[in-house]
Design a protein around this ligand. Structure first.
Ligand code: CP
Length: 310
């Protein structure tokens, strides 16, 4: 694997290989007192975050460190970005300083692709850690890892992705990855929070959450991204919560084996109630735990294989 920029177009065999590697790493490290492998000794991984993050940045840092890479964290606020340095100059600076891999989060859709183009000559790998409303591929991979673990596989499983699909890079990455791995995806959202070109996506669409819940294997609840709603939020927060919030009453509509996911950060009481988020049906903590192993696997396929993959 040269870069990981998106799940749209990602070879399903390669995605499965990454998930299998993550499973293997998890098994290997389980119960170990010292969780350290020598695999990436001497390699330098830089996280470059222009937007806030807890889960993604921290788990990439831990993933790199558990594989013995040297990990450097750069955030826009504390770097020369604050003095007006461009993304291109920042990227070339990091490559010149010795980065083998740059993991980027940026508010602009397409930023990771641009970075990969600029760093092609340097041979630096790029991972998209979330670009605007476009994609967040490692989130989709860790969600797939969690669903595989809980459901035993993805083929023919039905997954409802609920809420603010319009602004969600997590939804977009999950739609493409889940479809390519054989799952069925139903988007459940108010029409105002669906993308204009939803008909081109490999999904079905519904606005009736209660009607969908009895027939799904998993519910992926999305965060309502108020920070990206410059024209205001419609429906209102109260209307949204009543129609699309996952609460205890709705939990009872789900099949017994079903699982609830949320990429975080959660707006408790808005899109998900605390009773659901903290219930055994919720795999939210497992998602975070799996995020470390999946990101280790991504770094492995980028930096420790011979590049013969996609
Ligand atoms: N899911 C996710 O991307 O969370 P962070 O914004 O905390 O990284």
């Amino acid at each position: 694997m040269r870069h990981l920029l998106a799940t749209e177009g990602l070879d399903p065999d390669l995605a499965t290989a990454v998930l299998d590697t993550a499973d293997e790493l998890k098994r290997t490290l389980l119960g170990r007192e010292v969780r350290k492998l020598p695999t990436l000794r001497g390699r330098t991984v830089i996280t470059l975050f222009y937007e806030n993050s807890t889960r993604t940045r921290v788990s990439f840092e831990i993933a790199g460190k558990w594989m013995s890479a040297d990990v450097v964290n750069v955030s826009a606020g504390g770097s020369s970005v604050g003095k007006g340095e461009s993304l291109r100059d920042t990227a070339l600076t990091l490559a010149a300083a010795g980065a083998d891999c740059v993991i980027i989060r940026h508010s602009a859709s397409g930023a990771a692709h641009r970075l990969a183009g600029w760093l092609a000559e340097a041979g630096t790998a790029v991972v998209n850690a979330g670009d605007g409303t476009h994609e967040h591929p490692t989130q989709a991979l860790l969600d797939a890892a969690t669903l595989r673990e809980r459901l035993g596989g993805l083929k023919d499983r039905r997954v409802a992705i609920v809420g603010d699909v319009l602004h969600s890079r997590v939804a977009r990455s999950n739609i493409h990855l889940l479809a390519s791995l054989g799952a069925e995806v139903v988007l459940v959202a108010p029409p105002t929070l669906l993308p204009a070109r939803v008909a081109e996506l490999p999904v079905t669409v519904s606005s009736e959450l209660d009607a969908e819940l009895p027939a799904v294997d998993a519910v992926m609840v999305l965060r309502v991204q108020a920070e990206r709603m410059h024209g205001g939020f419609f429906p209102s927060a109260r209307e949204y919560s009543i129609a699309y919030g996952l609460n205890e009453a709705r939990l009872r509509l789900l099949p017994e084996h079903a699982v609830v996911l949320h990429p975080g950060p959660m707006m408790r009481g808005m899109e998900i109630s605390s009773a659901v988020a903290d219930a055994p049906v919720s795999a939210i903590t497992e998602q975070v735990r799996n995020g470390v192993h999946v990101r280790m696997a991504v770094l492995y396929h980028l930096l420790a294989t011979d590049g013969g993959e996609q």
